[in-house]
Design a protein around this ligand. Sequence first.
Ligand code: KIV
Length: 291
Amino acid sequence: MSIPHDAPGVPSSRPALTLKTLRRMASSGEPFACLTCYDATTARWLEAAGIHVLLVGDTAAEVVLGFPSTVHMPLDVAIALTAGVKRGAPNSVVMGDMPFMSYQADDAEALRNAGRFVTEGLADVVKLEADASFAPLVEKMARAGVPVCAHVGSKPQSVGLTGGYASAGRTADAAERVIEDAVTLERAGAVMLLVEAVPEEVTRGILERTSVPLIGIGAGPAPHGQILVLQDLIGMTHWQPGFAQPIAQIGPEIQRAVEGWIERVKDRTSTDHRYLMKRGESAKLKSPASE
Ligand code: KIV
């Protein structure tokens, strides 16, 4: 017997959001909300709450797989998780995050991997951490029909170079470079931009010089959309960056629930549910003692 643990396929009550919806919201000044998500069950709740964009981030390497940084995210796992999130939230825009070394080494391989996010991963858009030097790749992806979100500013996949997660664009030169990256990548065909951990001057510069929807994380309140790692927002991580203020404390809530479960198991009160034998069958049962 298969026991459903949730209700896959429950029709969502809202019409499907698309990149077009996000463009319309951005141009009419209506902010859209984005969160990371890594599984179908959670995706269902987030869609029920009205989320617009779900990013299956390479932060899954840390949050789901327990690695110390995002560079450890396996490509096949990222694609499988992306598909799970889309199945859970079919009416949200789902963004697959291309892991470290799935697009940097070779453009042909990058194109094939981006294609897998769309076909196997059911992604509506793929995100890659990029500077202006990735413009030719973004152009090829756009030509192939892959919608790309270019992630500029602080780029966690470069943690090995920077020596730790860092902000970006804090000098005039550095700020200009981040803005230039965004402009160049939009020109190359990126349908969306994401900027991480930059001063508001950088965000404003990008907004003034580009026209696609801009998602911000630690980039001030001005971007069209805002994103956080879900587990930071709902208080499941033990440390959050300064821009991620928890809105709930689900971690301690889980701990309390599990402590309650352990108590119930100890007391043998774990459940009131009983499976009953069919009528008359119990009497036919040979008791273990009679054998
Ligand atoms: O992987 C991720 O979760 C991200 C967000 C932090 C933007 O890239």
